[in-house]
Design a protein around this ligand. Structure first.
Ligand code: COA
Length: 252
């Protein structure tokens, strides 16, 4: 286990656990958390022992209540911010992680908190979760990918409604919108995330990675290019299978 100032990073049985750990401010996303996340994500990407990762928020009240508003007015100049983004594109890194990412969401999931969840592949909510992008109400727009990731997940109309009216969704509404895969009782959140993670970790890692890559990359391609991509990724697995690598079949 390695501790960062704003995160806890643990690894157990092929599962990485990343806990956003600023519970006194509802895990608000600050510059230090960005730097810590950048390091952790790089470590996950390069660690073949990590088969799947779970994101969690510390404390009772929130996964993450968005950007740290106390840093709001002390943000660097746009020039500095752009330079930092060039060298520390945490959101680009997030979206390039080959392993599946699971977000276990409770309490407030706002702004950057929701954008972190949107960079994950599977989202699970406990019944108390509340989702929203309050940025427009603050005179800004999401800048951690939310305007792009949200419509890709819940569709244009619902995404625009959330963005332009700052509508907050309950866990049940988020499920109806297709924003989360499951809603579970409060005490069952980690259990459900681990159940899914263990299932994923039981399969051949390359098959899992290629399935993720085919879907995530393919969604941004025209259909014929997506089909080409699928063919390439499938034949890579055919090669692995011919090498006699044991490919576990799904049990469902
Ligand atoms: N940035 C910095 N601090 C934050 C924060 C944020 N985004 N969200 C909450 N906090 C801090 C509060 O200032 C408070 O600190 P304090 O105890 O020192 O006063 C602590 O976290 C607890 O929050 P509090 O507001 O008392 O909890 P609540 O249950 O009454 O309200 C929210 C919860 C999420 C509705 C409310 O905190 C809120 O609106 N936060 C801002 C959400 C937001 O706009 N995020 C930015 C998106 S761009």
């Amino acid at each position: 286990m390695s501790a960062f100032e704003t995160l806890i990073y643990q690894k157990k049985n092929g599962i990485a656990y990343i806990t956003l750990n600023r519970p006194q401010v509802l895990n608000a996303y600050n510059v230090q958390m960005r730097d810590d996340l950048y390091e952790v994500l790089g470590a996950i990407r390069d660690d073949s022992e990590v088969r799947v990762a779970i994101f969690i928020g510390a404390g009772e009240k929130a996964f993450c209540a968005g950007a740290d508003l106390s840093e709001f007015l002390t943000a660097p100049s746009p020039v500095v911010a752009r330079q930092v983004r060039w060298t520390r594109d945490v959101w680009g890194l997030f979206l390039s992680i080959p392993q599946p990412l699971i977000a276990a969401l409770h309490g407030y999931v706002l702004g950057s908190g929701l954008e972190i969840a949107l960079c994950c592949d599977i989202r699970i909510a406990s019944v108390d979760a509340q989702f929203g992008l309050p940025e427009v109400g603050l005179g800004i727009i999401p800048a951690a990918g939310g305007t792009q990731t949200l419509p890709r997940i819940i569709g244009r109309g619902k995404a625009l409604e959330m963005l332009m009216t700052c509508r907050r969704l309950s866990a049940e509404e988020a499920f109806q919108f297709g924003l989360v895969n499951h809603v579970v009782p409060k005490g069952k959140l980690l259990e459900k995330a681990e159940e899914i993670a263990q299932k994923i970790a039981s399969y051949h890692p390359l098959a899992v990675r290629n399935a993720k890559r085919a879907v995530v990359r393919g969604l941004d391609l025209p259909l014929n290019e997506g089909l080409d991509l699928e063919r390439r990724l499938a034949s890579e697995l055919g090669w692995v299978a011919r090498q006699g690598v044991h490919m576990k079949q799904g049990e469902e």
